[in-house]
Design a binder for this molecule. Structure first.
Ligand code: DC
Length: 212
């Protein structure tokens, strides 16, 4: 299975870039953040205390989540726009610290790729934990000010607070793996970043062909 994993902090353009790359390279697209958002939505709906791991697990274990062609479905309900709300963004970041939730979603994400085939998989920890053997791992960076300005939800849950939670958590914190292609997007357009990644992907494919 060929995986192109895109990792990095909030506001670096990960999601848009991943969708562009999937289209350009004719690969499936999995937004792992959406799996945390759908689970968070289910937890909020059940009024669970988001800081209580056992309660979040109990409240969400029966929820059937699905991600197909960019559409998020929880228990048959299309929640694609609801999961982008500020409330759900903050809740997703909170439940993402719970190891049992991460473990469950890790399995879900790997089996999604098994079922769908070659994919662009986007989200923090996709290069370090979910697909450490991905064919190509990309890590996106950008100055904090630029990242905050790119995010519409910055007012409700500041980019800095999310960065802190995402990098500081004990389980699967955001890390830059040594073999990642690191791209600073501060002064690059999405098209320029796309071009860099497409080139790296093609190089990687021809290297694989040479090896055999
Ligand atoms: O990428 P996003 O903003 O949609 O992610 C929402 C939250 O989910 C984010 O605050 C952290 C969490 N997340 C994670 O912990 N691991 C991932 N692979 C993807 C997202």
């Amino acid at each position: 299975m060929e995986v192109l994993a895109i990792d990095g902090l909030a506001g670096t353009g990960k999601s848009t870039l991943a969708r562009m790359l999937a289209k350009r390279l004719v690969l499936n697209y999995l937004d792992t953040g959406a799996t945390f958002r759908m689970t968070a939505w289910a937890a909020l709906k059940a009024n669970a205390n988001l800081d209580d791991e056992a309660e979040v697990v109990r409240a969400t274990e029966g929820a059937a989540i699905s991600f197909e062609n960019g559409t998020c479905i929880v228990d048959g309900v299309d929640v694609s726009s609801k999961v982008r709300s500020d409330d759900v963004s903050a809740a997703a970041s909170k439940i993402a610290v719970h190891p049992q939730i991460r473990q469950k979603l890790l399995k879900w994400q790997r089996s999604w790729v098994d079922k769908h085939g070659d994919s662009v998989v986007e989200g923090r920890d996709t290069t370090s934990v979910v697909f450490p053997d991905a064919s190509l791992k990309v890590f996106l960076e950008a100055d904090a000010g630029v990242r905050a300005a790119r995010r519409s939800e910055a007012a409700a849950d500041s980019t800095a607070a999310r960065d802190q939670r995402d990098t500081g958590r004990a389980t699967a914190p955001l890390v830059k793996v040594p073999d990642a292609l690191v791209i600073d997007t501060t002064r690059l357009s999405l098209q320029e970043v796309e071009t860099l990644v497409v080139k790296a992907w093609k190089r990687q494919k021809s290297r694989q062909r040479e090896i055999g």
